[in-house]
Design a protein around this ligand. Structure first.
Ligand code: NAP
Length: 277
């Protein structure tokens, strides 16, 4: 048994993704969503140890608590200070729990593998400075981006995020000029998810260019106002579904030791989203 902890966790797509993967791999495994209230992340890690769960996915608000509760952190999780994945150390089942962060790697897998965009030597802009923005910023730096500019409304959070990548922080007023100059623009804010939302940081919708690649980490709606504006200017776009699938695929591979069945996972994610309406 594996699972996800979060609060709220009812609408998580992780059970659909993981259970489809296990079925396609022919494994007699099951993955369930555990609603765990804020403050009980460490207790959930202890429960994983007692119950010998094969793996744990971690979502809001537990990522920092879990990072502080495992026996060891992988390099990326240690640099970010958060973990979205808990696994048993290879060959040490029942002995040592390791925390990892698969969000950044999942983002890069989608960007390079599915979309064919290599961020190496490219100028990148990340909108937002929360958990997803930090994972993406670090991943882009590790992938050899030429420059990374973080746009955020809070200076301290923006500077902290930019520092992960020796990048620079600019405030919201300069979002449009930063985005216009970039090869890659990534929205890592929730702006665009709710009905009636506009573009993040009130970006000028004509700021985009045909040479650009524009990613929104949001996946419902599939086309956010920012992606719609970017497409209208001829830019290439992608939503966050690829990242969601690939971060889960990395977990499947960590826990089962088998290559993740990406097609089955992708089909399950699309079916679950369609079912929600
Ligand atoms: P988070 O930690 O809460 O961070 C949100 C960031 O967006 C913060 O920097 C926040 O700034 C900023 N923000 C929020 N509302 C804003 C607004 N109206 N204007 C400007 N900035 C605003 O959340 P997260 O976990 O990073 O998630 C961010 C987005 O990425 C969400 O839409 C989430 O669904 C998506 N996501 C997708 C995946 C995937 O697999 N596709 C994975 C993770 C996250 P303040 O600190 O000033 O509030």
């Amino acid at each position: 048994m594996a699972g996800v902890i979060g609060d709220p966790v009812d609408h998580s797509l992780s059970p659909a993704l993981h259970n489809a993967a296990y079925e396609a791999l022919g494994l007699d495994w099951v993955y369930v969503a555990f609603p765990v209230p804020a403050g009980e992340g460490a207790a959930a890690v202890a429960a994983m140890r007692s119950l010998r769960l094969a793996g744990l996915s971690v979502t809001m608000p537990h990522k920092a608590d879990v990072a502080a509760s495992v026996d060891r952190l992988g390099t990326t999780a240690a640099r970010l200070g958060v973990a979205n994945t808990v696994s048993w150390a290879a060959g040490r089942d029942g002995a040592e729990l390791v925390g990892d962060s698969t969000d950044g790697a999942g983002f890069l897998d989608a960007l390079r593998g599915d979309d064919g965009f290599d961020p190496a030597e490219r100028n990148c802009v990340v909108l937002g400075a929360g958990g997803a923005a930090r994972a993406v910023t670090l991943a882009l730096a590790d992938a050899g981006a030429a420059s990374i500019t973080v746009v955020a409304r809070r200076r301290d959070a923006g500077q902290d995020c930019a520092r992960l990548a020796a990048g620079r922080f600019v405030d919201a007023e300069r979002a449009t000029s930063a985005a216009t100059l970039a090869d890659l623009v990534v929205n890592a804010t929730p702006t665009g998810m709710a009905a009636g939302d506009g573009l993040p940081f009130d970006l000028d919708p004509t700021a985009f260019r045909p040479e650009q690649f524009v990613v929104d980490l949001i996946y419902t709606p599939a086309v956010t106002p920012m992606l719609g504006a970017a497409r209208a200017q001829g830019a290439t776009t992608a939503n966050g579904l690829g990242m969601l699938i690939h971060q889960a695929a990395r977990q499947v591979e960590l826990w089962t030791g088998r290559p993740a069945p990406l097609e089955a996972m992708s089909a399950a994610a699309l079916a679950a989203i369609a079912h929600r309406g």
